[in-house]
Design a protein around this ligand. Structure first.
Ligand code: SAH
Length: 337
């Protein structure tokens, strides 16, 4: 049995050709599963009984098992169980401009960032394409509203599951399916340089965010082990190339950790590092977790940091906090399980 949510539209066309059916059958099926949101092949009213029977033998519409859900005013957090009993989380954030879904790409994560609760669990495995597609589709079914934005910022390092993540992006982007515009998809990476290089040549037009979190190697080495492999100057160099090649602005994420990376000197050094780069920097109030040794920077410090960047003509925003009341905020996923 193959899961339907693994198929790109082209793959599905080829499948129908292989069973001596017309290509447009794939478009009909895509429309039924992604737009009409049917749960069984039998509900594809444009297929005759024999065709339905035949494809039911080969293709399943199985979904993920929802085992827990927490709802707050602007956030919904899902805990899903996978076929092998592993668990993943997905978060919906309701903005005034639409619904955004934050998806996980791996069970666990090997990047070991010291401030991140989600990374405490070592990687168990990569997620399959269908497991990522279903996080979006099931969020949409739950909302009974369109998902307009997808952020690939949940548990896992997307560039450590490159091929599956790429195919996932292609599937959710297809205008016959979920039709999430590439400008509405954001991928966040801790900075795996060879993969950033590959990604810039894919021509996808999605947004790239880099988890920077420090203005220099000394600080970054301490909180992000990946920096020992890919130094900050090399990272910035490849981001410059990325921007030149794709003509797209890049976002840098910067968690504000009290007394670690939030001083005025850090702000000045960061301004120098990013000077002249077509980017913007998103300052993230740190979500404290029960096990973490770090504290969040206070409001005054965050605003001071913000002002220094602004004065140095760096585009900067402070991220709105979502879902911290239900442990759905960044770095908090799964910590209760
Ligand atoms: N591996 C990818 C995507 C997952 S992390 C990456 O590193 O970008 C998504 C974002 O949440 C990253 O910027 C990460 O550094 C941030 N994050 C992790 N723990 C956090 C916490 N406790 N508070 C705020 N942001 C956190």
């Amino acid at each position: 049995m193959k899961n339907i949510f693994n198929y790109t539209l082209v793959e599905l066309e080829n499948y129908f050709l292989s069973i001596n059916e017309k290509k447009y059958r794939a478009h009909q099926l895509y429309d039924f599963i992604y737009n009409k949101k049917i749960n069984i092949i039998n509900d594809v009213t444009t297929f005759n009984t024999l065709l339905k029977e035949n494809i039911s033998k080969e293709i399943s519409l199985d979904t993920l098992t929802l085992i827990d859900k927490k709802v707050s005013q602007d956030t919904v957090k899902f805990l899903f169980e996978l076929d092998d009993k592993e668990k993943i989380e997905t978060v919906i954030m309701k903005h005034d401009y639409g619904n955004s879904v934050c998806i996980s790409t791996q069970v666990g994560c090997n990047m070991g960032c010291s401030f991140c609760e989600s990374g405490r669990l070592k990687k168990v495995r990569d997620l399959e394409v269908y497991e990522m597609v279903l996080q979006v589709l099931m969020a949409e079914k739950h909302l009974n509203e369109r998902v307009s934005h997808v952020v690939i910022m949940g548990i896992g390092e997307p560039f450590d599951n490159y091929a599956n993540v790429l195919k996932f992006i292609n599937i959710i982007n297809d205008n016959k399916g979920l039709n999430i515009g590439s400008r509405h998809i954001t991928l966040s990476t801790c900075g795996i340089i060879p993969k950033i290089k590959d990604f810039m040549n894919e021509g996808l037009g999605v947004n790239l965010a880099i988890s920077l979190h420090a203005p220099n190697d000394i600080i970054r080495d301490k909180i992000m082990p990946i920096n020992k492999v890919y130094y900050i100057n090399n990272l910035i160099k490849i981001v410059r190339e990325y921007i030149q090649k794709t003509n797209r602005r890049v976002t840098f994420e910067y968690i504000m950790l009290n007394d670690i990376n939030d001083s005025e000197t850090d702000a000045l050094e960061l301004s120098r590092l990013l000077r002249g780069i077509n980017c913007y920097i998103n300052l993230i109030p740190y979500n404290e977790t029960s096990n973490s040794a770090y504290k969040k920077s206070n409001k005054e410090k965050i605003l001071r940091f913000y002002d220094i960047l602004k004065k140095n003509k760096i585009n900067v925003t402070i991220r709105k906090e979502f879902g911290s009341d239900i442990d759905a905020a960044c770095g908090q996923l799964r910590s209760k399980y």
